[in-house]
Design a binder for this molecule. Sequence first.
Ligand code: NAI
Ligand code: MG
Length: 354
Amino acid sequence: MSNKIVLLPGDGIGAEVIYAAKDVLEAVSKKFNTTFEFSSHDIGGIAIDNHGTPLPNETVNACKNADAVLLGAVGGPKWDNNPSDLRPERGLLGIRKALDLYANLRPVKGFPKLLHASPLKEEIIQGSDLLIVRELTGGLYFGQPSERLDNGNAVVDTLSYTKSEMERIIDKAFQSAQLRNKHLTSVDKANVLESSKLWREIVEEKKNDYPDVTVEHVLVDAAAMKLITNPTQFDVIVTENMFGDILSDEASVLTGSLGMLPSASLAEDGVGLYEPAHGSAPDIAGKGIANPIAMIQSAAMMLRYSFDKNEEAQAIEDAVEKVLNQNYHTADLKNDNGTLVSTTEMTQLIVDAI
Ligand code: NAI
Ligand code: MG
């Protein structure tokens, strides 16, 4: 079986880290004697420059015909003043919608060697290991109308969900909790938002279907506080699109850097897309110092979820841990006693460890 992988490097450090992940997958393919077939396509700012649109049809078709998609990141100051349909982020939102990638899974696990790399106290983050399940194709980022009104003196964005959109992500979260430590924290703003009230009702209904999972409701503002004061209380967190976006960047602090956080975006059935939680980092793009680990761990998630290759995924994760244990680190990970390495050096160390 050929494993067709579409690479969407995108902009900024996206392109730097995606080729790191490809090198690592090639090392896996040698070790385990499997074949991956890669093709690269444009998305985001580079697609605007080359094709006049952030999401060319050709890119969408290539993704639909692939077994899995790896995405770097999109965006950058060059396109910041573009009109909204010519913004790189449109490409990202568009491909998530086109592939119906409703479930974004973001595992957050502190590596023992990186406890000191976080600005949080070691005793707070020690043992933290959680999974954020974020709804990805609904809510504020997609709701219409979203526009300026009254000659620019007023504005509207729309938070809208159907009941079935909520049900499928909540089911996914319960199922994820069953595979982990069987505790689900549902995050909403049910004291204010109508959408959150329905969300909470659905969680209450669904919990009868998953009697082995304990459920807790936490308001999003309190959840933001608890995530960095007592993160070990969490196992699986489920929440809507924007809350999940914000909480997962916050949770990256537990791992020491945004450059450590992978993610999987899954459809009900169909191709999955795997991307780091970080963006295109224009402040460090082109310097060769980006941390490739979030992207590399995203490739490991791809092997696990899209190709059912658990041993291969584990080989990548073990290699990453081994290299970190040897005290190598990229510039984003504070480590006074370690060896500072570049993107390509970190990648090569991981390749060698595989
Ligand atoms: P960002 O995630 O790109 O960067 C935030 C900070 O973290 C920066 O200081 C950056 O240098 C650092 N950082 C991020 N990833 C890193 C890595 N792998 N290694 C070392 N340091 C890393 O978020 P920011 O600055 O808010 O956005 C920059 C651009 O990226 C914007 O155009 C934004 O729209 C876009 N973006 C794209 C995303 C995507 O494609 N999935 C997600 C988030 C932002
Ligand atoms: Mg984000």
